[in-house]
Design a protein around this ligand. Sequence first.
Ligand SMILES: NC(=O)c1ccc[n+]([C@@H]2O[C@H](COP(=O)([O-])OP(=O)(O)OC[C@H]3O[C@@H](n4cnc5c(N)ncnc54)[C@H](O)[C@@H]3O)[C@@H](O)[C@H]2O)c1
Length: 435
Amino acid sequence: MRIAIVGTGYQGLVVGTCLAENGHQIICVDRDAQRIQSLSQCVMPIHEPGLEELVARNLEEERLSFTTDLTDAVAESLMIFLCVGTPIQEDGFADTRGVIRAAEQIARVMTGYRIIVNKTTSPPGTGDEIEEAVRKNTEHTCDVVANPDFLKEGSAIDDFMRPDRVVIGCEDVRVREIMKELYSPFLRTGKPFLSMSRRSAEMTKFATNVMLAARISLMNQLADICTAYEADVAEVREGIAADYRIGPTFLFPGIGFGGQGLPRDLASCIKLAREKGLECDLIEAVQKVNERQREKFLRRILDYFGSAIAGKRIAIWGASFKPRTDDLRGAPALYLIDRIREAGAQVVIFDPAASKRLRDIYEDTIEIANKYYDALEGADALVIVTEWNEFRRPDYERMGKLMRERVIFDGRNLYTPKVMQAHGFKYFSVGRPSV
Ligand SMILES: NC(=O)c1ccc[n+]([C@@H]2O[C@H](COP(=O)([O-])OP(=O)(O)OC[C@H]3O[C@@H](n4cnc5c(N)ncnc54)[C@H](O)[C@@H]3O)[C@@H](O)[C@H]2O)c1
């Protein structure tokens, strides 16, 4: 099938490439000409494991192309995937204005019937707004499908190729069958194709993220209770995770979740509830616990140094909001970097993928190390923010020799307190005894 993907960011690029890998003819459109030019030369604008190889193969096989020209892309495609951003507005709500604008632009260049598949994370009712926007801008008919995306940066290709489920919001039986056929190669292991109303599909994405966020906040609050009663939250987590009703995922305490999706979808759900006069105190609590988590972690660092923080050199390992991506949107690291610098300390950061994006934000005002041990030279403390694999088993003696003081604030509980104590470190983690 010939498919246009409108918006070639973290989502659109993965979706388009994976569909091309399955034999479809894909045209990826973006308004960012520089991005399109780089992609046409197989230069990736984002860090996503395995992506470059897939893009290269599909460019070579001429199943994948990149353009800024929406007109041609829409003319040649029966199906158009909307993958533009839905950033966080000031009130935290998902901003769907870009989605509606893109729908209007598509409508103006439609040359016949089209299926518009909204893959963006948009509140219930957005499908109706897209339909309205198209109707106002063309005489041609269309079907609008909601198809929320559950892929995760860092494992996005695998998530798209082997999804837990595919959710489709669509009332038309014929369109539903086309969508089922499109996704059937990805569901061969028997994972469900769930067809529902468009508003239910839209809401499913928000509900999923709220559930995931709730697990993290709950674990963070349980971690505090563990600390107060000298229990170790890592052991407690294992005990909980073995219960089949609970399971092991999203139970890791830490400095709280960042990124764009979870914080935005929590805030959006709160707003959706308030607009209808509904109580949503549980979701508000999830949000509040998460915000407090990073503040408490910062406070621990500032309290440790007290007024002596000015002039200290603090190393930070990990800046991206999660490992295996370069995405800094909503990253807790940015909050910590800014606050630690405001307190007068000097910061040196190492991140395996996000150096360029850090430079885009801080320009030359911040020190970025090329290697992770380099960041430790002369450091008065190490702060671990993102759990990249390479931070998991470092050479503790080498670390200690490089650092001025053997002090670690571990926001991801990567190490064992007793082991760190044996290597002479002062070690602070989340929900476990400090040593
Ligand atoms: N990033 C993820 O892991 C992920 C996961 C699940 C869902 N989503 C959802 O996918 C959507 C896209 O997110 P993203 O992270 O890919 O955003 P992004 O900001 O990385 O990419 C959006 C792209 O769309 C382009 N664009 C915007 N308006 C356009 C227009 N009118 N015409 C052509 N191009 C246009 C932008 O230039 C940009 O390249 C969001 O709704 C997000 O919530 C993202």
